[in-house]
Design a protein around this ligand. Structure first.
Ligand code: A4P
Ligand code: MG
Length: 318
């Protein structure tokens, strides 16, 4: 049986009837044999990247499921470009249609005519946004059966999970590692809407600060239900305060919890920081920690020891 792969395809156009060009590319790819379009991101208007002065782009990303090999999908993309009347003039110059393979399952391809994952993925904020949007639309809810969350919390959790997964893909992290990030995301607020006294009891009144019990409480239930990964458990336990001995799971969760696009404050600034994570995780972490800690001191009126250790660890190891 041929294997099926999930393929992320980026479309771009900045010449002619841009919407029609994107539409034609979508149709072409959807009509490929043994291929279906699972999801389409919104179409975004973006400023041209690169040194050549040119008009604004419309960009969109598609998620395909296909049994075809990479070359055949690439070929269809190149054909769609030709049918849109594309003239190859200069690299990164204006174009009626550009079809790029961003990721092809978890394959790493380094051939003269095809490089996958696309090397520009970590550098293009709109690709990262579109990727997270697609992951959000296809991922199941992934919550543990003991979760106690209302609808809006559930949506926050799903956005956090999609964001950490998109970062993991842009950073070319292994599937197993990405799965840890996603698992922690689904656990972190799983008890956020449970009654405070119940959370305090589950958390053994750790820190004795209300509003902070849901992390330790969720870590406890996750462990009781079979989660054995210490990095995942520590990510969940300390996600509201930070933790010096975190591995990447904790750091990515801490970042995504604050930077996910559904929160209403400082949207533009946070979106810019979120786009920088794959290239500069360490720098963004420090910025986010500074903001989160200022906020938590305002809310709690005091500082948790783990929070102090986390901060000193961050600035001490730079
Ligand atoms: N090729 C190799 N790897 C791939 C891949 N993963 N996907 C080969 C698709 N093609 C790949 O491409 C040249 C050859 O790359 C293809 O024949 C294929 O065999 P091209 O499309 O002729 O060259 P290009 O597009 O000018 O260069 P490049 O490096 O592909 O540029 P990009 O990444 O396509 O970027 N600004 C905004 N706002 N939005 C954009 O979409 N796009 C570009 C072009 C510049 N600025 C932009 C945007
Ligand atoms: Mg291209």
């Amino acid at each position: 049986m041929p294997s099926t792969e999930l393929v992320f395809v980026a479309l771009g156009s900045n010449l002619g009837d841009r919407r029609a060009h994107l539409e034609a590319a979508r149709r072409k790819l959807a009509n490929l044999p043994n291929t279906s379009v699972l999801a389409e991101s919104a179409i975004e208007k973006t400023k041209p990247l690169g040194p050549i002065p040119q008009g604004k782009y419309l960009n969109q990303m598609l998620l395909l499921r296909t049994e075809l090999p990479p070359n055949e999908v690439l070929e269809a993309g190149l054909e769609a470009e030709m049918e849109a009347g594309r003239v190859r003039a200069e690299r990164w110059g204006p174009r009626t249609l550009d079809v790029d393979l961003v990721r092809f399952g978890d394959r790493v391809i380094r051939e003269p005519h095809l490089t996958v994952p696309h090397p520009e993925l970590p550098n293009r904020p709109f690709w990262l946004r579109e990727l997270a949007e697609l992951l959000l639309s296809v991922n199941g809810h992934g919550l543990p059966e003991w979760a106690r969350v209302g609808a809006s919390r559930r949506n926050h959790i799903r956005r956090v999970a999609a964001l950490v997964e998109a970062w993991g893909m842009a950073m070319s992290r292994e599937p197993d590692e990405r799965a840890r990030w996603v698992r922690a995301a689904f656990l972190h607020d799983a008890l956020r809407d449970a009654p405070e006294d119940e959370l305090a009891r589950l958390a053994d009144r750790k820190w004795d600060v209300s509003g902070l019990y849901h992390g330790p409480a969720a870590a406890r239930l996750a462990e009781e239900h079979g989660e054995t990964d210490t990095g995942v458990l520590d990510a969940v336990r300390y996600h509201s305060v930070g933790y010096a001995r975190w591995d990447d799971v904790g750091r990515m969760l801490y970042l995504a919890d604050y930077l996910e696009p559904g929160r209403s404050f400082k949207r533009k600034k946070r979106a810019a920081l979120a786009a920088r994570v794959p290239r500069k995780p360490r720098g963004v972490l420090e910025r986010v920690a500074r903001k989160r800690m200022t906020k938590s001191q305002e809310n709690q009126g005091r500082v948790i020891p783990e929070e102090v250790e986390f901060w000193n660890h961050l600035v001490g190891s730079s």
